[in-house]
Design a protein around this ligand. Structure first.
Ligand code: FAD
Length: 193
């Protein structure tokens, strides 16, 4: 009879080919913005720094975050409304704070007593209602239905190879002209400061 130590599963084989640590380092080459997902469940007011935020659908309006199943947010996000706050480049301290840094930070809460509080000072926020959650391996994929959103002027905080580089130059290149993402034809975009 095979014992636990001799049984080799398909997951074990995959882990030998794709080491989680190496994959994580590789994925850091994909530059992203940085969000903090904020919510209140009773007396529990919380936030988590998340860069796995992505758009999913315009109709219905859906966005996604992928949460490590070990986080407290994975336990709570699917059970009520929450806000996805897109951080500005001056909010690095908030990014590290809500990633578990012990460095104290002043948290600029807005609507702190509601189920979906938000943070001041970012370049935008979306209020979401939970729509569906899906299995994402060691992560939980949380899809939210956007109920309200607001963009503000300013430069976003970026995350690349484990650091927070500054955005350089102006977004004048319109390589995507004629697409729905062209900032010169989209009415909802405003220029960076
Ligand atoms: C750039 C970046 C991107 C990341 N992206 C992801 C991702 O996409 N998915 C993912 O799963 N993880 C991601 N992480 C890791 C994630 O941010 C941490 O694992 C985080 O600790 C998870 O939070 P939690 O839900 O467990 O909440 P907690 O661990 O409970 O809270 C996180 C921290 O927020 C602060 N905090 C909580 N509540 C309050 C409050 N009421 N008032 C003031 N401060 C409070 C505390 O300092 C706490 O340590 C990322 C980290 C970084 C730095």
């Amino acid at each position: 009879m095979a014992t636990a130590s001799t049984t080799r599963t398909a997951d074990d084989a995959a882990r030998e080919v794709v080491a989680p640590r190496a994959l994580r380092t590789f994925l850091g080459n994909f530059a992203t913005g940085v969000t903090v997902v904020t919510y209140r469940r009773g007396d529990f007011l919380n936030g988590a720094t998340v860069n796995s935020f992505t758009s999913v659908s315009l109709d219905p309006p859906l966005v996604l975050v992928a949460l490590d199943r070990r986080t407290r947010s994975a336990d709570h996000l699917g059970s009520g409304p929450y806000t996805i706050n897109i951080l500005a480049d001056g909010q690095r301290d908030l990014a590290t704070h809500f990633a578990g840094s012990t460095t104290p930070a002043t948290v600029p809460w807005i609507d702190e007593d509601t189920e979906a509080p938000r943070l001041a000072g970012g370049v935008g926020h979306l209020r979401c209602e939970p729509w569906r959650t899906y299995d994402g391996g060691d992560h939980l994929l949380v899809v939210g239905r956007v109920g309200e959103f607001e963009a503000r002027r300013g430069r976003p905080l970026l995350f690349f190879r484990g650091a927070f580089p500054r955005l350089a130059g102006q977004p004048g290149d319109t390589a995507w002209a004629w697409s729905l993402d062209d900032p010169t034809s989209g009415p909802q975009f405003t220029a960076l400061d």
